[in-house]
Design a protein around this ligand. Structure first.
Ligand code: TA6
Length: 319
């Protein structure tokens, strides 16, 4: 079915006056199929809904290329998204799997950079026996002018989200500039749990971590299974490729395999700090643990013309 003239015209106008954007009729005409369709979340905010097999599904918001929900092959939700999340242009959804680039944490740019606030463009979708996938890109013309001024580099980001027996997120940075640039990045993953008090993270034993809450000082982690019982904001360094997160309350066990990620933040605001987040309901700190692989301690320096790729795979191990 051809895309309606008015929609194409709308998209052309939008491309002229604002960030290049893709309208819903165009997206569904060009990229939708039985296992993937696009729908409107709010004014100017679109999402892709992916399905795979009998019960797997995921929701990806074009703003931020942000996966907000992932249900596994038994139909169980594995990501936490706040019921007070704000779905508004330029505002990051609280929860899911935000893509953080080119700055993790505070700095010259707004907290956590611009990738999660910007509308990514759909490049490709796939639906095969082995996956349902979507590929999106972000370029300087897709981001707000203030960010282009603050971070004046030519780049191309590509994100591939593959829904299969697991959830695989491939993040690629291409330096299309004439000189090197550097960045920090992360998958700021909110994993759903039934009870934060009964969560254990394995794979951190023997690592050093920088504690944001204790003078940003380095400490040694000796525990084989790290439990969370207070406001936690730590950057574990030189992490192994595989981390496991067990929720003893529900029996849920997730394996997170991270490639080309040297660090991982572990964060939970607990009761006190949670009050500082208007998009987190009181007490919701009990329902998630953030395990955030990436490169934060040492920026990635990318020479002109080169690419960087990091991959995160989350697998459900129980059941
Ligand atoms: O998880 C690391 C962190 O930088 C924390 O320090 C906290 O700020 C969290 O991210 C949430 O940040 P956000 O900008 O999403 O509110």
């Amino acid at each position: 079915m051809g895309v309606g003239y008015d929609c194409v015209f709308y998209c052309q106008v939008m491309e002229m006056i604002e960030q290049p954007t893709q309208c819903i009729d165009f997206l569904n005409a060009e990229f939708a199929h039985r296992k993937l369709k696009f729908s409107q979340v709010a004014a100017g905010l679109l999402k892709a809904e992916l399905s795979f097999g009998e019960k797997s599904s995921a929701q990806l918001h074009l703003q931020g290329a942000h996966v907000s929900h992932w249900q596994d092959s038994l139909g169980r939700e594995n990501l936490f998204t706040s019921n007070q999340a704000v779905y508004q242009k330029g505002v990051a959804i609280r929860g899911g799997n935000p893509i953080i680039f080119p700055q993790f944490g505070p700095g010259v740019l707004a907290q956590h950079g611009f990738a999660r606030h910007s509308v990514w463009q759909v490049l490709e979708t796939r639906a095969t026996e082995t996956e349902t996938a979507i590929v999106l890109q972000l370029k300087p013309e897709n981001i707000a002018e203030q960010y282009r001024l603050q971070w004046p580099h030519d780049f191309l980001l590509k994100l591939t989200v593959s829904l299969c027996e697991s959830l695989i997120t491939r993040f690629e940075v291409q330096n299309t500039h004439s000189t090197p640039f550097e960045f920090t990045h992360g998958f700021h993953t909110y994993l759903a749990v039934d009870d934060i008090n009964r969560v254990e993270i394995s794979g951190l034993s023997g690592l050093q971590y920088m504690d944001n809450l204790r003078g940003k000082t380095l400490f040694d982690e000796s525990r084989k299974r790290v439990s969370i019982d207070e406001f936690t904001d730590r950057r574990y360094q030189d992490i192994p490729e595989t981390l496991e997160i067990k929720d003893r309350s529900s029996g849920r066990c997730l394996r997170m395999v991270n490639r080309n990620c040297r660090d991982a933040f572990v964060w939970n605001p607990w009761q006190e700090a949670e009050k500082g987040f208007s998009d987190l309901a009181p007490g919701s700190y009990r329902q998630y643990i953030c395990v955030e692989p990436g490169n934060m301690q040492k920026a990635v320096v990318l020479p002109a013309g080169q690419s960087f790729v990091a991959v995160q795979e989350i697998q459900r191990l129980d059941g």
